[in-house]
Design a protein around this ligand. Structure first.
Ligand SMILES: *[C@@H]1O[C@H](CO)[C@@H](O)[C@H](O)[C@H]1NC(C)=O
Ligand SMILES: *[C@@H]1O[C@H](CO)[C@@H](O)[C@H](O)[C@H]1NC(C)=O
Ligand SMILES: *[C@@H]1O[C@H](CO)[C@@H](O)[C@H](O)[C@H]1NC(C)=O
Length: 459
């Protein structure tokens, strides 16, 4: 009997679910969008470069049950450049649980809709944090965690960066389920059953009963009890959480009401992107970027987080990131993203809408433009937790504006006056209105400015 259990466990360990495989080919999006897009692309002959080379591949479903779904979007594979970051989309039905597991990648979690509770092991203690819309938190690689959708009625959607630079292999990042049974298979199942029974100090029968109960997959419904436990209390201190206690906890052997959080983990709060004053705001939109100085948990992950909200018809001025590659997901609205190659040719001019994910290589100039009908909000991650110092090429706080003078005029082979007029015409910085050009008027305006210049008005 024990031998049979061992064999079954050994076989089922092989079915360990991979969180995602690396750089899969296909287009991105929240589920619905992705499907439409696929049809669209098929209708156009299915060219994978059809929509733009800096859009992420369609998210691949890595886990799906009736309680939720996890999808991962990656860059198209490239031999020259590995892709260290993937974007995960986690969707959970009310009262569902992402089964406790650890993965070989850092996760930076962001709640897009709904409300969840995330529990993870920090310095041998269980930390539980409620997260709501706009909250960001970090789960380090190798830390066992679970996620519960605590909302009674609403589905919740999370977006996370999956940073695989710490992964075991080049090509995969992997889930190791701690909780589970038949499906997902707990890593505990891979041990010899006698050894495990001895380790637990329980009978093999008792152990088998536990190891064979779960077959619901990586996301299951919580049973019975209310998920709203009022005792998720940051100040509640119940001493250290050892690994044995974790196992007991997962087995339900510990009074979960006493599952306290130690005092020194009280600092692991989420950072809400919407509650704080934006990093930059003008009448055309706002943007917030957080780095390790704003939110210290980001330091260990080397990931930065940002969100941008453009009013209808506004653009984030042409700029580039000298410190990091940027990943983004359109949260609301639609618009266009333009990216430029180093040689000055256009690399992408793609229309994007809700659910689309994109990436922008370090140094590559780009801009995002909201469509004229509605605001566009996008959110994302950068591959550096340091202050990013984006360099704007156009606008009142741009490189061109700072550098204007005889050198730049000579470089463009125009007069200094002409250059001056050109780089000073835009009075706004960072987020700019997009106006629709009416050529004749513009010429008049230009003439007028030029004559003013000649009269020394701007001297
Ligand atoms: C194993 O369980 C028995 C019975 O509950 C107990 O008496 C014994 O102390 C336990 N052994 C260990 C090492 O915990
Ligand atoms: C983004 O801006 C629009 C107005 O342009 C506003 O209605 C919306 O609430 C903003 N979104 C957030 C998350 O602040
Ligand atoms: C510019 O560089 C890109 C990418 O290397 C290349 O595909 C394109 O043909 C180049 N364009 C010109 C005009 O050289």
């Amino acid at each position: 009997m024990e031998v049979a259990v061992g064999a079954r466990m050994a076989a089922s360990i092989l079915t360990l679910l991979f969180l995602a495989s690396w750089c899969l080919m296909s287009a991105s999006g929240f589920r619905q969008r992705g499907m439409e897009r696929e049809e669209e692309e098929e209708a156009h002959g299915g060219g994978r470069r059809l929509r733009g080379r800096f859009l992420l591949a369609r998210a691949t479903t890595v886990a799906r049950t009736d309680a939720g779904e996890i999808r991962v979007a990656s860059r198209y594979p490239s031999k020259s450049e590995p892709c260290p970051m993937h974007i995960g989309f986690i969707q959970m039905e009310p009262n569902s649980l992402v089964v406790p597991q650890y993965i070989d990648a850092n996760l930076v979690l962001f709640v897009h809709t709904g409300e969840v509770k995330v529990g993870w092991i920090h310095k041998d203690e269980l930390v539980e944090r409620k997260m709501r819309r706009g909250d960001v938190n970090v789960i380090p690689a190798g830390s066992t965690f679970y996620i519960v959708n605590t909302h009674r009625g609403d589905r919740s959607q999370m977006i996370c960066s999956i940073d695989t630079t710490q992964s075991m292999g080049v090509s995969l990042h992997q889930s190791f389920f701690v909780g589970g049974g038949m499906n997902p298979t707990s890593v505990l199942a891979g041990f010899d059953s006698n050894t495990l029974a001895a380790a637990f100090n329980v009978t093999a029968e008792e152990l088998e009963r536990m190891m064979r109960s779960q077959s619901g997959g990586a996301i299951v419904y919580m049973r019975g009890e209310s998920t709203e436990r009022p005792d998720i209390d940051d100040d509640n201190d119940d001493g250290a959480w050892t690994k044995q206690k974790l196992v007991d906890y997962l087995l339900g052997k510990v009074d979960r009401k006493k599952a306290g959080n130690g005092e020194h983990v009280g600092a692991l709060h989420s950072y809400n992107l919407y509650d704080n004053e934006p990093s930059y705001r003008n009448s055309f939109g706002w943007t917030t970027a957080i780095d390790e100085d704003d939110y210290s948990p980001l330091r260990s992950t080397g990931v930065g987080v940002y969100v941008v909200n453009l009013t209808a018809g506004s653009m984030l001025a042409p700029h580039m990131n000298p410190m990091a590659t940027e990943y983004g997901v359109v949260l609301r609205g639609s618009g266009t993203i333009q990216v430029v190659f180093p040689n000055g040719s256009n690399a992408m001019n793609a229309e994007v809408s809700e659910g689309d994910a994109f990436w922008i290589p370090q140094y590559f100039p780009f801009c995002q433009i909201a469509s004229s009908g509605a605001p566009m909000e996008f959110f994302g991650f950068t591959t550096s937790s340091r202050r990013n110092h984006p360099q704007f090429l156009v606008g009142a706080s741009s490189v061109l504006r700072s550098m204007r003078g005889p050198e730049l005029a000579a470089a463009f082979r125009v007069s200094e006056e002409r250059l001056e007029r050109l780089v000073k015409a835009q009075r706004e910085s960072v987020i700019l209105p997009v106006r629709h050009h009416q050529l004749p008027e513009e010429e008049d305006e230009a003439e007028e400015e030029l004559s003013k210049l000649k009269r020394g008005v701007f001297a």
